[in-house]
Write a protein of this length. Structure first.
Length: 148
């Protein structure tokens, strides 16, 4: 029976030297297709066996996925056009809407739950949050989920 693989996010400064060199070697090999593994292992002072041991097990997080799903809960006053204003900000911040749910207004207030696909290269989540919070008739914005 296979053991389930567990993945971790770990800071680079605590990685063993062989793992760090493996990452450097992988980058060099990708940048220069003519570079052989033997030449790279000599250049970066890493044994080929260590390189082969780690090469398929370590990846920079930005190489794995640049897109995440962000879910926001936005408490709004029941004013016509408020959802359109929120969506305009979402569009300007280069996010894609995955789902929208708006509750029935009670006491002239409603909650909008919106799930967005955000690209970390183009979207600053903090800026997105602040821009939505600063819109008129927005009472609160809460991040209720982020997946990487």
């Amino acid at each position: 029976m296979d053991k389930e693989k567990v993945y971790y996010i770990i800071r680079e400064d605590v990685l063993p030297e062989a793992v760090k060199k493996t990452l450097i070697m992988k980058k060099a090999l990708e940048a220069d297709p003519k570079l052989s593994i033997l030449e790279a292992s000599k250049r970066f002072d890493l044994s080929r066996s260590a390189f082969y041991k780690y090469k398929d097990t370590i990846f920079p997080i930005q190489d794995v996925k640049t897109q995440s799903i962000l879910s926001l809960s936005i408490d709004v006053d029941d004013i016509p056009g408020i959802l359109g204003k929120i969506l305009a900000v979402v569009n300007e911040e280069k996010c894609s809407v995955l789902t929208i749910h708006q509750t029935v207004p009670i006491n002239s207030r409603a909650t909008i739950i919106i799930s967005l696909e955000v690209d970390s290269e183009h979207t600053n989540i903090e800026k997105l949050n602040t821009r939505i919070k600063n819109l008129e008739f927005i009472n609160s914005v809460k991040v209720i989920g982020v997946s990487m």
